[in-house]
Ligand binder design. Structure first.
Ligand SMILES: Nc1nc(=O)c2c([nH]1)NC[C@@H]1CN(c3ccc(C(=O)N[C@@H](CCC(=O)O)C(=O)O)cc3)C=[N+]21
Length: 281
């Protein structure tokens, strides 16, 4: 193995110390950042993520509330709750855990959250602000990836970044952030012809496809940086990313693992966004 490990857990811990200090500074102005998390249904994985988010709030001295609803909550009831939180001065950030039950219109729900409290960065206003180079609240996962690259001193200006996966929550905002940092960006999707032709050109590969271990060592240029956004289960039920860690670590210059990579940074940037929302008051 030759690659340096990009330790998301350690970068998350360092970033949380900075957040904690800024939370304390806000307290002197009488402002106490608060996050509301809405969870619908009983998906066990969602429960784990959501309780991690709530725990992390406590660790940086932030107030948080977890609202759990049964899977038969109606869309109208959910919109009423969001409206109440939009108008609650103790709440600076609102997160509705995805995926939502099928009968709820996800788009309508995300647009109902006040853009100033949209700490996921999914509202059209925040997506559009990022797209036009005036970022407000940024999507947590790509924002966390940017912090990981920055902490690892990976040069971005003029670098070629290849993103595999063009979702609204990761691939597209990731492309905008890297572009704004001066990278040349290739955004691949499930129809891309000869994917490895693209990934082999890359100084930086961001894997965000949702398919276990699909990025292999032969697809990576020697010395490239590889960031793994995937969260999958392998054939033994073990947590794994979109990157085949063992083969890629032989050729890459730097690689982020799963677990312990992007996941902890996603949660940390949710705290950062809640802090930033409160600081704007
Ligand atoms: N509105 C919304 N916003 C989200 O940000 C959001 C969401 N819905 N729905 C689900 C996904 C998933 N997600 C994760 C965050 C952290 C870890 C994480 O910290 N993972 C640990 C491992 C955790 C474990 O052991 O299972 C790690 O990678 O080291 C994973 C997944 C946020 N999501």
């Amino acid at each position: 193995m030759s690659a340096t490990i990009i330790d998301g857990k350690a970068i998350a811990a360092a970033t949380q110390l900075e957040i904690k200090a800024r939370v304390s500074a806000l307290a002197t102005r009488g402002i106490h950042p608060g996050l509301a998390v809405i969870l619908i249904g009983d998906n066990p994985a969602s429960h784990v993520y959501v309780s991690n988010k709530v725990k992390s709030c406590g660790a940086v001295g932030m107030h948080s509330v977890l609202e759990q609803y049964p899977v038969d909550l109606t869309e109208a009831e959910l919109l009423t709750r969001i409206d109440a939180l939009n108008n609650d001065p103790a709440i600076h950030g609102i997160l509705v855990q995805l995926p939502l039950p099928k009968y709820i219109d996800e788009h309508a729900v995300l647009e109902a959250i006040s853009p100033e409290k949209d700490v996921d960065g999914f509202h059209l206003i925040n997506a559009g602000a990022l797209m036009t180079g005036q970022p407000r609240l940024r999507a947590c996962t790509p924002y966390g990836v940017m912090k990981m690259l920055e902490h690892s001193h990976i040069p971005l200006r003029g670098a070629h970044a290849v993103i595999v996966g063009a979702s609204n929550i990761v691939g597209k905002p990731m492309a905008m952030m890297l572009l704004q940092a001066g990278a040349t960006v290739t955004l691949c999707n499930s129809k891309t012809r000869d994917l490895s032709h693209h990934t082999r050109q890359a100084d930086i590969v961001i894997a965000a496809v949702g398919r276990a271990k699909m990025i292999t060592g032969d697809m990576i240029r020697a010395g490239a940086t590889v960031i793994d956004v995937g969260i999958n289960r392998d054939e033994h039920g073990k947590l794994c990313g979109d990157v085949d860690f063992d083969s890629v670590a032989q050729v890459a210059g730097a690689i982020s693992p799963v677990p312990g990579g992007v996941g902890p940074m996603t949660i940390t940037m949710l705290l950062m966004n809640t802090l930033e929302a409160a600081e704007k008051l």
